[in-house]
Design a protein around this ligand. Structure first.
Ligand code: ADP
Ligand code: MG
Ligand code: MG
Length: 251
């Protein structure tokens, strides 16, 4: 599903190399977790994959299926099925959540050559998905994320994810600052959306989230590289011993 090869990335404005040869392959239907100390380049990796400005790829490649991701515009990547859930969802005063989401869904349908959904069709669809995910659809009447609690913002992102039907979902520290209940909610959302044709890359600081989302593979990232890969037990090892042992072992 996602194949990253020897990815090197520097900041555009500064001569600062952030990713120093990332290799990562996520199979269809798999859930991979990336953990790692602060500043190791986890967010940079997700930004570069989604096509955010400010970064320069100096070497390497990233493919979504057969598609050369790095050669595509951000909206083309989204239309191709890439979804990035942000660490801090943006508030958009004055824009109704309903209109925002319908616009996003229809832009994507259009890019895929599918018919756009009418307001009524969209509402029907959104109600069905909200119900399956245990989300109160009333949230859609409010302006995007304005005054939403941490938990509501996360619910909203899960609902966006469900409506956009991505095949590759990247969640960047979606759990930071969340209480246990909100974290469970994110995990339940991810688990409900898990399927054979959909893969996840979950970036997290906490083993706790991985208790609820059981990943197939866990990677540890440090200083711009993936330094260790293992099963779910690797997350437990980090929880118990921190990163020091792994860093020392690799050094
Ligand atoms: P992580 O998500 O693992 O905490 P980041 O990808 O946010 O790591 O950051 C990796 C490194 O790149 C850090 O040292 C960070 O300070 C630096 N960095 C990332 N983006 C920028 C930027 N726009 N300007 C300056 N430094 C940046
Ligand atoms: Mg960070
Ligand atoms: Mg980060």
């Amino acid at each position: 599903m996602l194949k990253i090869e020897n990815l090197h990335v520097k900041l555009q404005e500064e001569d600062k190399q952030i990713l120093k040869g990332v290799n990562l392959e996520v199979g269809a239907g798999q859930v991979h977790a990336i953990m790692g100390p602060n500043g190791s380049g986890k967010s940079t990796l997700s930004y570069v994959l989604s096509g955010r400005d400010g970064y320069e790829v100096t070497e390497g490649a990233a493919h979504l299926g057969d598609l050369d991701l790095l050669g595509m515009e951000p909206e083309e990547r989204a239309a191709a099925g890439l979804f990035l859930a942000f660490q801090y969802p943006v508030e958009i005063p004055g824009v109704s959540n309903m209109i925002f989401l319908r616009t996003a869904v229809n832009a994507q349908r259009k890019a895929r050559g599918e018919a756009e959904l009418s307001a009524a069709e969209f509402l029907k669809e959104v109600r069905i998905r909200a119900k399956t995910l245990n989300i109160d659809a009333d949230m859609l009447k409010r302006p995007v994320n304005v005054g939403f609690s941490g938990g509501e913002k996360k619910r909203n992102e899960i609902l966006q994810m469900a409506m956009l039907e991505p095949r590759m979902c990247i969640l960047d520290e979606t759990d930071s600052g969340l209480d246990v209940d909100a974290m469970k909610l994110v995990a339940e959302g991810v688990n409900a959306l898990r399927s054979e044709g959909r893969s996840f890359l979950v970036i997290t600081h906490y083993q706790r989230l991985l208790d609820h989302i059981r990943p197939d593979v866990v990677h540890i990232m440090a200083d711009g590289r993936i330094i260790k890969t293992g099963g779910p037990d690797l997350a437990l090892e980090v929880e118990n011993n921190g990163y020091a042992d792994i860093l020392a072992e690799v050094a």
